[in-house]
Design a binder for this molecule. Structure first.
Ligand code: ASP
Ligand code: MG
Length: 461
């Protein structure tokens, strides 16, 4: 049995969804499908929260637009009126609930993390009901199960939950595996089970989401809990590339990557997989296959324990502009016990994620997301006692990652990087090499990204 993830990019409008439905019928029977919300729906639910907080009168129209969007698709995707009606009857109570939640937050003028996650989870609930309905209307043996009924158990952290794999796997054995069994003895199962991505429930029963884009992670959780043979991610792109083809036109597909390489690439900006996807499947040794829905027989990228060696150690280059540096200057960083822990602790207690840290004897550089830099700065400024002399924010940099297994013990990689960057007439502002077995990171000015990537790609790939 496979677990297949279908993202919001593939659930976009009648034509694209129809082609996905065809693919499911052709190659999906007997498998579990983890879905995102329909394209753009999570964003609408969340901007709806802001509107609902401010303006009670906007709520009914907002919810009715969401409803129309789902109904219109059903009208286009299902031929028979009675089949449409039964799916609408299943969907409509959810719109009533969304409306009540919006009125609730308007009345209290307060949005709790708990309520945020409940509302955000509705996009995926709606999409599985819709897709199961469409497949059923085509005569398929399709159904859905909600994470709270299947038993996807999380640690209860709203907006950024982590699954408890032990409990989840136990629950799946009771609640999900029996559904996938064939009705006819001796014959392969033809069941098509839809599963909403993005959220689970805490042990006390609270809806908790895995963070934006978290359906990839959900799919990995489902695959691991089911001990699936393979996790397929259906996307509208070929797979992992040696660089962003919009920046480096001769970038090529990477057919096989290791878990390590895929994680490094996902964390550092390759927009293919949610960075946490590898976590749950790695332990069970389940491979991940990226499949292009526009070219389903194409090779795609396979992520596995050990990638085959390629001619060059470096497999891919990625970059992200979502990087800001908070530089904290203090003397004797290396001999003052606890200074790093106190500064990093203060920032993370404020709920700010630290992407990475690079230190020298006189300066601690914290790499953060750009949206967090101002707040992180003000948090450490208010620290008492103040452990540092001076601080500085840098927001015009970009982070480039050079990724490939075994980089750390391959001679000459750093030297070639430096040469390539200087040939591109750019300057390395900061570098981190050694902590990862599969990546070298450095920062350059954002304006130099394009030319630097081009030269690096011609050197390495
Ligand atoms: N629908 C959620 C989001 O847009 C989760 C996902 O699509 O992966 O963030
Ligand atoms: Mg998504």
């Amino acid at each position: 049995m496979k677990t297949v993830k279908i993202g919001g990019g593939c659930l976009k409008g009648r034509e694209v969804i129809s082609s996905i439905v065809d693919l499911i019928v052709q190659r999906g029977r007997g498998n579990v499908f983890v879905l995102s919300a329909l394209y753009g729906i999570t964003d609408k639910l969340l901007t709806g929260i802001d509107k609902a907080l401010k303006d009670e009168d906007s709520i009914p129209a907002m919810v009715s637009r969401l409803k129309d969007e789902h109904h219109n698709l059903l009208n286009e995707l299902i031929l028979k009126e009675e089949d449409r009606k039964s799916v609408k009857d299943e969907l409509d109570p959810l719109f009533i609930k969304i409306e009540r939640y919006y009125f609730g937050i308007n009345f209290t003028r307060e949005l709790t993390p708990r309520m945020h996650d409940i509302i955000a989870s509705y996009g995926e609930r709606l999409s599985v009901i819709l897709m199961a309905g469409v497949l059923k209307s085509r005569g398929e043996n399709a159904s859905y199960i909600m994470p709270q009924d299947a038993g996807v158990i999380t640690d209860g952290r709203f907006g950024d939950a982590t699954a408890n794999m032990l409990l989840t796997a136990q629950n799946f054995e009771k609640n999900v595996l029996p559904i996938m069994k064939s009705d006819k003895e001796g014959q392969a199962s033809d069941k098509i089970l839809f599963f909403p991505g993005f959220f689970g429930i805490s042990e006390s029963g609270e809806i908790t989401t895995f963070g934006r884009g978290g359906s990839d992670y959900s799919a990995a959780v489902v695959a691991a809990a089911l001990k699936a043979d393979l996790l397929e991610i259906w996307k509208d792109t070929e797979g992992f590339m040696s660089a962003d083809p919009n920046v480096v036109p001769d970038a090529k597909l990477i057919p096989v990557l290791s878990y390590e390489e895929a994680s490094e690439l996902a964390y550092s900006g390759a927009n293919i997989l949610h960075p946490r996807t590898v976590e749950p499947v790695r332990k069970s040794g389940i491979n991940i296959a990226i499949k292009n829905t526009l070219n389903p027989d194409g090779e795609g990228s396979l992520i596995t324990e050990y990638a085959v060696k390629s001619d060059s150690v470096v497999k891919s280059l990625t970059y992200t502009k979502d990087i800001a540096i908070l530089k904290v200057y203090a003397s004797g960083v290396g001999v003052r016990q606890g200074i790093l822990a106190k500064i990093a602790g203060t920032i993370s207690e404020a709920g700010i994620n630290i992407k990475s840290v690079v230190t020298s004897q006189t300066c601690i550089s914290l790499l953060l997301s750009r949206k967090d830099i101002d707040r992180a700065h003000s948090v450490i400024t208010n620290m008492r006692p103040r452990l540092y002399r001076e601080s500085e924010q840098i927001t015009d940099n970009a982070l480039i990652s050079v990724v490939g297994d075994g980089l750390h013990n391959h001679r000459g990689i750093a030297a070639r990087c430096f040469t390539a960057v200087s040939e591109a007439d750019a300057n390395i502002e900061m570098i981190s090499y050694g902590p990862s077995r599969a990546a070298l990171y450095f920062l350059i000015k954002e304006k130099d990204i394009e030319k630097t990537l081009k030269v690096l790609h011609s050197y390495f790939v």
